[in-house]
Design a binder for this molecule. Structure first.
Ligand SMILES: Cc1cc2nc3c(=O)[nH]c(=O)nc-3n(C[C@H](O)[C@H](O)[C@H](O)COP(=O)(O)OP(=O)(O)OC[C@H]3O[C@@H](n4cnc5c(N)ncnc54)[C@H](O)[C@@H]3O)c2cc1C
Ligand SMILES: NC(=O)c1ccc[n+]([C@@H]2O[C@H](COP(=O)([O-])OP(=O)(O)OC[C@H]3O[C@@H](n4cnc5c(N)ncnc54)[C@H](O)[C@@H]3O)[C@@H](O)[C@H]2O)c1
Length: 469
């Protein structure tokens, strides 16, 4: 047994790795990471998935080009080359991240799975034990494997493995109707796989604003097959090595199956319950507004958590923001800063792209009453650049409080949705009302962003006496 005492210990080198500012250079730090440095986002999440999105979009282009009177040769994707390009860029970043920390004289890297040892330390199976003045749990989440017979067969993947396939599958079945399933359905269908998405209920992305949800549910089946109200019952292997997916509605033959049915926090892996830490019903750590972990309802001084292991939103920008809060609080234990209650935006890089922030129209009506809610849905095709695109489906919806023009939410489907929404994110986060956001700045004409401007201008909200013209 080797024992070490450090100033700061961290479990998880995803957003947890960003905590190590210059402040820690003359202090002793230990960081435990059982996988590659960079965590989910870099290695198996945001970054590689989005690197597949663009090739998939390009492979789809000939069909769209035809609408604009351009003939392009039919796209064909070289999967091994795409995969190798992506991971030859990503893998060295993870390796360099590890080496950089490992070579830092004040940092001890523990490249093993660790479990908590009380509230201020952890240990490894090999017998290394760390105790720390302050400890941060940033151990993330992992894919849930649904209780479906056959999920352990070779050829059944999660997002962790599906991007490293040897070849592009001719047929893929995707189980799930959320973020990951919809992004991979767009990727694989775009690259040329016959793609079937199985969902238990009626709608893909069912938690979105119903107008955007319905628009997406009308569009997605133009690109891949969506089988609704379907229970996936079991998966079996055929004699030729293909898989048979048995559902309540029939069967599908596939070369591979992707299960994308949610992610659960890694609190069990670190032994959070055994350490007496408070857990939400879904297994997340309970934290207070300063990101301090609770035990018996009380914050434990010097014990923090951030990211997927404690957050309701499993998003990288949330994990990074919480890391900034924790970084401050570690350095200023007597002047803690609280997490903000700003609305969190998200985008789904599917086809067409989706983006959202804040309340849906339905939620706004529930909160402040129908009479106080103003909404505007701006069709992308009814703006100048939308015309140029010959866009027929994109839409930008804003939800506001009719009484004072404060923006409550925005919901977007279409080309560049994740970018078009950002001015609204800024206005909401900085407390700028809808009219001021629209008229308080120039909007480049005839840029696509005029969609956002027009949506804001279409709201029935007050302009105020000193409103900009
Ligand atoms: C396919 C996919 C696509 C995504 N795309 C997006 C996107 O486009 N935009 C977005 O905002 N979010 C996206 N996300 C979500 C985003 O990746 C996560 O919210 C974010 O990475 C969480 O960061 P984290 O630091 O909390 O956890 P992680 O990055 O998962 O880091 C936790 C680390 O802890 C390590 N660990 C866990 N337990 C132990 C232990 N006991 N001992 C030692 N080490 C341990 C893990 O190996 C891991 O490296 C995506 C996720 C997936 C799966
Ligand atoms: N672009 C992004 O920001 C992005 C991309 C990917 C993932 N993420 C994050 O990762 C999280 C996890 O993604 P996800 O897609 O796995 O989860 P999700 O919660 O978005 O979707 C899970 C889906 O699986 C379905 N499901 C659950 N159990 C099932 C079962 N037994 N059989 C069939 N279907 C089942 C659910 O009904 C839902 O449709 C997301 O919530 C998101 O926060 C973000």
């Amino acid at each position: 047994m080797t024992q070490h005492q450090v100033d700061l210990a961290i479990i998880g080198a995803g957003s947890g790795n960003t905590l190590l500012t210059d402040y820690w250079d003359d202090k002793q730090v230990a960081i435990a990471e059982k996988g590659p440095f960079g965590g989910t986002c870099l290695n198996v999440g945001c970054i590689p998935t989005k690197m597949f999105v663009r090739p998939a979009e390009l492979a789809r282009t000939p069909v769209e080009a035809q609408r604009l009177n351009v003939s392009l040769p039919e796209g064909s994707a070289d999967w091994p080359a795409i995969r190798d390009r992506i991971f030859s860029r990503i893998d060295p970043i993870a390796q360099n991240g590890y080496e950089y920390r490992d070579q830092s004289p004040n940092v001890q890297v523990i490249a093993e799975e660790v479990t908590l040892d009380g509230t201020h330390g952890f240990r490894t199976a090999q017998g290394t034990s760390i105790s720390a003045e302050q400890l941060v749990i940033a151990a993330g989440s992992r894919a849930v494997i649904p209780d479906i017979e056959g999920c352990d067969l070779p050829g059944v993947h999660t997002s962790d493995t599906v991007m490293r396939l040897e070849r592009l599958p001719e047929r893929i079945v995707i189980v799930g109707g959320g973020f990951i399933a919809c992004e991979f359905a767009a990727i694989f269908s775009g690259l040329g796989s016959r793609t079937t998405q199985l969902i238990r209920r009626q709608h893909l992305m069912r938690h979105m604003d119903t107008e955007i949800r319905d628009a997406f549910n009308a569009e997605a089946p133009k690109y891949w097959n969506v089988e609704r109200n379907t229970e996936t019952q079991r998966i079996t292997k055929n004699a030729d090595g293909t898989l048979e997916v048995h559902t309540s509605a029939g069967t599908h033959t596939a070369d591979i199956v992707l299960v994308a049915t949610g992610r659960k926090p890694n609190t069990d892996l670190i032994g959070a319950q055994q350490a007496g830490l408070d857990l939400h019903q879904d297994g997340r750590l309970v934290v207070d507004e300063y990101q301090r972990v609770l035990r018996g309802g009380q914050p434990v001084p010097g014990l923090y958590a951030l990211g997927d292991i404690c957050s309701t939103e499993q998003l990288k920008h949330v994990a990074n923001y919480e890391a900034r809060v924790v970084a401050h609080n570690l350095q200023h234990p007597h002047a803690l800063r609280a997490n903000s209650d700003r609305a969190v935006p998200a985008a789904v890089f599917t086809h067409p792209e989706l983006a959202q922030i804040g309340l849906t129209e339905q939620e706004a009506v529930q909160c402040i009453g129908r009479q106080n809610v103003s909404t505007k849905t701006q069709m992308v095709g009814d703006t100048a650049y939308g015309w140029a695109l010959e866009d027929q489906t994109g839409l930008f919806k804003v939800v506001a409080d009719r009484r004072d023009g404060s923006i409550l939410g925005a919901h977007v489907m279409g080309y560049q949705a994740s970018n078009l929404i950002q001015p609204v994110v800024m206005a909401m986060n900085l407390g700028i009302d809808a009219y001021t956001a629209a008229r308080g700045q120039y909007w480049i004409h005839p840029a696509l962003m005029e969609v956002t401007e027009n949506a804001l201008l279409g709201l029935d909200v007050p302009q105020g006496q000193d409103a900009p013209l």
